[in-house]
Design a protein around this ligand. Structure first.
Ligand code: C5P
Length: 236
């Protein structure tokens, strides 16, 4: 999995919009298909993106009983997903079932866990989930649980990446959204990092949506972000 490429979040309303967008690039990309696009366009958008030569991250945040998640992971890996997400809150048995669903040894799909959603506040953690430990401790706990289940890593904020690596070791992936080039619109993201900061704070891969998809020149925006990310990784 080539994480020198920023993963572009294709939060777009249709397969046509997604394929038009990737058609602007004359190089293989690593793209993320989330719920908006998947539920609008259906599974064929994944095969279309794969057929066009791109790596695909299926960010569908699976969370159900183990047998159902095993089947969902099997379906997504058959479509060619290179990376997919499950909720660590579904438990160790559910995460292990996701891996079982991937099937044979030739399968290259990797699975990463959502720990606590970055939209969950410390107050909601306590009041709604009845979790009394600090948010960072809950995130570390879920990361270790995901690692013990055999997953490849977690999705987290760049600000959590080093803390997670301190308990999981450096090879456990920290895939980080919430990336904004200096001066870009933050939108609804709260704890953002620049591509260079994400590299120095310990991200293993970055996910970037609107700073690329809404740019006047998406190809130039992508290359600038990719160059900053890789320069940061070399000096980290
Ligand atoms: O447009 P933007 O760069 O904010 O897109 C970030 C992408 O990462 C979106 O697809 C969003 O759903 C996803 N994401 C996130 N925060 C998380 C998990 C996923 O922003 N904690």
């Amino acid at each position: 999995m080539d994480t020198s490429r920023p993963i572009i979040a294709l939060d777009l309303p249709s397969a046509e919009a997604a394929l038009d967008f990737v058609g602007k690039f004359d190089e293989p990309l690593f793209v993320k298909v989330g719920m908006e696009l998947f539920y609008a366009a259906g599974p064929s958008v994944i095969t279309s993106l794969k057929d066009a030569g791109h790596d695909v991250f299926c960010d569908l945040k699976l969370h159900d009983i183990p047998n159902t998640v095993k089947g969902a992971a099997a379906s997504l890996s058959r479509l060619g997903a290179d990376l997919l997400t499950v909720h660590a809150a579904g438990g160790k048995a559910m995460m292990e079932a996701a891996l079982e669903g991937l099937g044979g040894a030739a399968q290259t799909t990797r699975v990463v866990a959502i720990t606590q959603l970055t939209s969950t506040s410390p107050e909601a953690l306590k009041a709604e989930q009845l979790i009394e430990v600090p948010l960072a401790e809950s995130v570390r706990n879920y990361a270790q649980l995901a690692q013990s289940a055999g997953l490849a890593g977690v999705v987290c904020s760049a600000h959590e990446a080093a803390d997670i690596a301190s308990v999981t070791g450096p090879d456990f992936l920290r895939v980080t959204p919430g990336i904004r080039p200096a001066g870009a619109a933050v939108g609804d993201q709260s704890r953002v990092a620049t591509p260079g900061n994400a590299a120095s704070m310990g991200s293993s891969a970055i996910v970037v949506g609107r700073p690329i998809t809404k740019a006047d020149d998406p190809v130039a925006a992508y290359h600038a972000i990719r160059d900053e990310w890789n320069a940061g990784r070399r000096s980290a």
